[in-house]
Design a protein around this ligand. Structure first.
Ligand code: ADP
Ligand code: GN1
Ligand code: MG
Length: 352
């Protein structure tokens, strides 16, 4: 690690480097020097085919945001390598990057209060507003078809047909659930392709643990994990936040009785997101509940696909981890079906 860190322009002498955070994709470390703290990350080559392109996106977005915000904690800040680049490739071909550690901040796995969740909505809605005039066509598509649900279904069918570990027969009810929802899963993609919904620069991975709050004021500071910033729909960002943050249980909870959709959290997030995002056309506003349902459906489908393929994509801590995650997402989809009318009413009331 000393050798690796020597390639970055750190302030001070490194004292420690420990695994950090609960991300599923990159490998994250907290680096402490005698002067300050940093986040070191090894980027996932399984997830990202073009890491130099991804890093161009991150450089462009972070410098765009930094130029428009006086507060240094209002965006991520990359630490350059000795050569002045934003990433380093080691002898094994792994890609590494370093960020300043955002100090005096909180990164939550679960909202500790409705106000925390509201602030995360302000952060993600504000992110879309701040990037409204960003030249979207300059962004690399870091994971093609990331929220293209019909494409996720194609990959699922491929995994099901190959069934390399013979796991399909143990998960028949889960497979049937996804097959029954396949037609509905295509609705957002159809709206995107028909041009009915505007393309924006979106974050695409709006989990609560991808937002930083100020530890004292608990106000939104910035959003992190910019690896999937790409042109997309507001419904993706809204939906993924609801999927993760408006559930009463953790994404990998094994007791499904603990998984419900918390409608008051749904209400709070809707208000924060829409007010920070700015005026939306009626069609876009009313696509938000569909975003919540389809992002939840899609994420569960991705967990199930990874389970069938042998857990190569999402980090797992136990053999059934991806299957447990699939089941919480299925339960949440059912919850959304139960509360569908209320979800639409809530979003309708957020109209500016
Ligand atoms: P992944 O793609 O694996 O989710 P993230 O970029 O989200 O990786 O980082 C994982 C975790 O590391 C975050 O959830 C957060 O807790 C922490 N983290 C990342 N960047 C910073 C930063 N600049 N300052 C403080 N904590 C950070
Ligand atoms: C991954 O990187 P992280 O842990 O914030 C994934 C998201 C999933 C999420 C499920 C690049 O997010 O798409 O919704 O896990 N990110 C990528 O927890 O695939
Ligand atoms: Mg993350």
């Amino acid at each position: 690690m000393q050798e690796l860190l020597s390639h970055f322009r750190l302030c001070g002498t490194p004292l420690s480097c420990e695994r950090y955070g609960e991300g599923h994709i990159n490998r994250t470390y907290l680096v402490t020097t005698d002067r300050q703290r940093y986040i070191l990350q090894r980027l996932s080559r399984a997830a990202f085919a073009d890491i130099p392109g991804l890093m161009e996106n991150v450089e462009a977005v972070t410098s765009y945001l930094a130029a428009r915000n006086a507060d240094p904690r209002a965006s991520l800040h990359l630490v350059p390598t000795r050569e002045g680049g934003s990433w380093y490739r080691d002898e094994e071909g792994e890609f590494w990057r370093v960020y300043d550690f955002i100090e005096d901040s909180l990164c939550l796995q679960k909202p500790e209060s409705p106000a925390d969740f509201y602030e995360s909505a302000v952060a993600f809605g504000g992110f879309q507003r701040q990037l409204r005039d960003f030249p979207a066509e300059t962004l690399h598509e870091t994971i093609p078809n990331f929220h293209n649900t019909p494409d996720r279904y194609r990959k699922f069918h491929g995994a099901l047909a190959a069934d390399p570990l013979g796991r399909a027969r143990e998960v028949r009810p889960e497979i049937d659930f996804y097959l029954a929802h396949e037609a509905e899963g295509a609705r957002l993609q159809s709206l995107r392709e028909s041009g009915a919904l505007p393309l924006r620069v979106t974050h695409n991975d709006t989990k609560l643990n991808n937002v930083m709050l100020d530890a004292k004021t608990r106000k939104a500071l910035c959003v992190i994990d910019l690896d999937t910033v790409m042109p997309g729909l507001a419904a993706y960002d809204f939906g993924d936040s609801i999927r993760f943050g408006a559930s009463t249980g953790a994404e990998d909870e094994t007791d499904l009785d603990k998984i419900q959709l918390d409608l008051s959290l749904f209400d709070i997030y809707s208000r924060g997101f829409v007010s920070a995002c700015g005026v939306m056309a009626e069609e876009e506003l009313m696509s938000l509940p569909l975003g919540a349902k389809l992002m939840t459906l899609e994420c569960g489908l991705r967990f199930l696909t990874d389970y069938l393929e042998g857990d190569h994509y999402f980090a797992v801590a136990r053999p059934t981890h991806n299957l447990d995650r699939t089941r919480t997402q299925m339960k949440l989809v059912r919850e959304m079906e139960r509360h569908w009318g209320a979800m639409k009413d809530i979003v309708g009331r957020c109209r500016i």
